[in-house]
Design a protein around this ligand. Sequence first.
Ligand code: FMN
Length: 238
Amino acid sequence: MYKEKCPGIIIILLFIGVISVGAFMFFKEEENKSKDHLVDNETNLPKPKRESDVSLEETLHSRRSIRDFRDRAISLEEVSQLLWAGQGVTEENGKRATPSAGATYPLEVYIVANNVEGVEEGVYLFHPEKHNLSKILEGDVSEKLASAALGQDFIAQAPVNIVITGVYERTVSRYGERGERYVHMEAGHASQNIYLQCESLNLGTVTVGAFGNEEVIEVLKLNEEEEPLYIMPVGYPL
Ligand SMILES: Cc1cc2nc3c(=O)[nH]c(=O)nc-3n(C[C@H](O)[C@H](O)[C@H](O)COP(=O)(O)O)c2cc1C
């Protein structure tokens, strides 16, 4: 009796097993489609492009500071491209898109996201080596950032603000006091790259240096050893 029923039960169990595994794989795939850029607290950024229809000379010629933005979201691809231009790794040895005194890389780059497709409002730190973002703060702080920058309200209107900070110790420990000026020079390189990348993506930006250091530190909850150097609101020009 037992011997007769056994093959039938095994076939039924095998059938249920195959269906369950299939269903699991299907739903997992569907879930990954909508969340494939999210890894716990980290947001993976799409691979940056290295081609463009716009020449470097055209971007140099047409670059202007833009302070009026449309009420339009920017994509994660665009954010990825801008961060790569500003501080992305471009060689396997870790070297980046901008020069750095002694390759000490004192800059940190954050985004204050208030209208980026697929990204919750918040403050995120860019990790050049992993080319991803980690969330530092929840919620939109762009109004507070605009207040910290003497009320320059286009900061609050932009869908995203890129904030460049400097950790002086990384460069000063190698070059002494002179390292401080190197950090400021590097912020200029990163900012210019972001300006030009904006231009080639039909986005607009302006580099903002007028803000209260302590106020920006407070808004972004920066570390003690970190100084804010530039705020760059980015969006589609009006
Ligand atoms: C170090 C520095 C600080 C700046 N700070 C501000 C600022 O706080 N607010 C602003 O609207 N523009 C700021 N700008 C942008 C300049 O006003 C702008 O570059 C200048 O008017 C020239 O215009 P263009 O960039 O369109 O060529 C700053 C530029 C630099 C280089």
